[in-house]
Design a protein around this ligand. Structure first.
Ligand SMILES: NC(=O)C1=CN([C@@H]2O[C@H](COP(=O)(O)OP(=O)(O)OC[C@H]3O[C@@H](n4cnc5c(N)ncnc54)[C@H](OP(=O)(O)O)[C@@H]3O)[C@@H](O)[C@H]2O)C=CC1
Ligand SMILES: O=C(O)CCC(=O)C(=O)O
Length: 429
């Protein structure tokens, strides 16, 4: 089996094809991105050196509406990865029934080695590079790994400078002060938490007291951890690149959040080098484990919330979680997926589990178009309604068609909706 995320995305589509009511020629069309732009980004760094970065924006499919999807800054970004992520965005927006297509952007860089000025220069260069592709009605970027509201503010400002007036709607995930919506920062984690609650209801299991391991404690992982902790579940492990913290009695999620917000690493936290309060003491005393060990913990729910391709043929037999909720995009390879299906381990697929982010991005975009702002309660209620509806429709499809797993159910819905849009619009204009 392959490590290539794009091949993995295609294999996920292939698994769903036999159950999807989609004409084969349209299905074949859906395997190809509309376009990918590669940009060269020379940036003068604070150090005085000029470094030449490489970036991409892939627009995968626009049959259902403007392209939509985040921008990732990471050393392991590749064109194939960006294209896979753009494909997943297409299936995600279709599954949760947003009037969008799918896109994704990425820049190959190590943000930890860049200053704030470097990041601003790189973001502005990247935005300039892709600015003919993006726009409020054509392609609307948003945050993903290592990008955040500040990144979106620089993108919006750069785009607006070229257009000659402010265009907040060109990106979502902006700071509140320039047209962001309340609730977007935590939206993906909130969606993960809501979907986990729904899964437990469906399985007739009690989430309070369930043990949860979360790989990744960034935007998505930390917010999912906080909200699941608040709903009574027991978050027993989490990680960053430096390693994982494990406490079978439950981690102090708030303390861990304060430590990471203050710039601390998980390996420092487990070593007692606590940054979250003035006296430097740690609030709990977890064990240090590796990221690989976290994935195989005996827990009720495993939530991968970092990178793709972490649950593979090599470790799937060692997994002991009874359910998996995919907060990350593409964390499970198809080979592992088949093994999980055979073992009856329920997997809530990424295109459903992490759709809270793009749902609230859509709500931000709509507010910008209306030049009106909604309170947090309205945004959260609409998020819950939309992701809950997508969850219910996925379960209905899974039960009604006796499908092998939830991913196949989600893909058949998404592929059928996208194919229908192609049919109505005409495949061969
Ligand atoms: N942000 C969003 O709204 C959305 C994000 N997603 C997906 O969720 C996932 C996480 O995104 P997000 O939280 O925004 O990203 P962040 O950059 O905020 O956080 C990523 C987290 O994963 C950790 N991490 C990175 N690489 C590895 C690795 N190889 N092994 C273990 N941990 C690792 C990071 O550690 P460290 O800090 O040490 O680097 C960090 O804790 C991605 O797959 C993303 O595509 C999906 C939908 C929307
Ligand atoms: O909020 C968005 O528009 C997209 C977020 C994203 O990149 C994702 O869902 O993977």
């Amino acid at each position: 089996m392959t490590d290539d995320p794009f091949e993995n995305m295609l294999a996920q589509m292939d698994r769903a094809e036999e159950y999807a009511d989609v004409d084969h020629s349209i299905f074949e069309r859906l395997k190809h991105p509309e376009r990918t732009l590669k940009v060269t980004l020379p940036v003068e760094l604070d150090s005085g050196e000029v470094e030449v970065f490489e970036g991409y924006r892939c627009q995968f499919d626009s049959a259902r509406g403007p392209f939509k999807g985040g921008v990732r800054f990471h050393p392991s970004v590749t064109q194939r990865e960006v294209e896979a992520l753009a494909g997943w965005m297409t299936w995600k927006t279709a599954l949760v029934d947003l009037p969008y297509g799918g896109a994704k952007g990425g820049v190959i860089c190590e943000p930890k080695e860049l200053t704030q000025n470097d990041l601003e220069s790189l973001t502005r260069r990247y935005t300039e590079g892709i600015r003919r592709m993006i726009g409020p009605e054509t392609d609307v970027p948003a945050p993903d790994m290592n990008t955040n509201p500040q990144t979106m503010a620089w993108m919006m400002d750069t785009y607006s400078m070229y257009e000659g007036h402010s265009i907040p709607q060109v990106v979502t995930g902006k700071p509140l002060e320039i047209g962001g919506t309340p609730g977007r920062v935590e939206a993906t984690g909130r969606g993960v938490s809501l979907v986990t609650e729904r899964l437990f209801e469906y399985l007739d299991r009690d989430l309070s007291d369930a043990s949860i391991a979360i790989q990744g404690f960034g935007n998505v992982g930390s917010n999912a951890a906080r909200l699941l902790d608040e709903s009574g579940a027991n978050v027993v492990a989490t990680s960053d690149v430096s390693g994982a913290a494990y406490d079978p009695d439950g981690l102090d999620v708030a303390a861990l959040g304060a430590h990471v917000d203050a710039g601390g690493l998980i390996e420092e936290y487990v070593a007692g080098e606590y940054r979250g309060n003035a006296d430097g003491s740690s609030w709990d005393d977890p064990d240090a484990i590796t990221n690989a060990e976290l994935l195989t913990l005996d827990v009720d729910v495993l939530i991968p919330a970092a990178v793709e391709g972490v649950i593979t043929a090599d470790n799937v037999d060692d997994l002991r979680a009874s359910a998996i909720v995919e907060a990350a995009n593409g964390p499970t390879t198809v080979a592992a997926d088949k093994a999980l299906t055979e073992r009856d381990i329920q997997v809530v697929p990424d295109i459903l589990a992490n759709a809270g982010g793009v749902i609230v991005s859509y709500l931000e975009w709509v507010q910008n178009a209306q030049e009106f702002s909604w309170p947090l309660e309205t945004v959260n209620a609409e998020l819950e309604r939309r992701i809950g509806d997508a969850f219910d429709k996925t379960i209905e499809q899974y039960d009604a068609k006796q499908l092998p797993d939830l991913r196949t159910a989600a893909y058949t819905l998404a592929l059928e909706r996208t194919a229908k849009a192609h049919e109505y619009r005409g495949l061969f204009p």
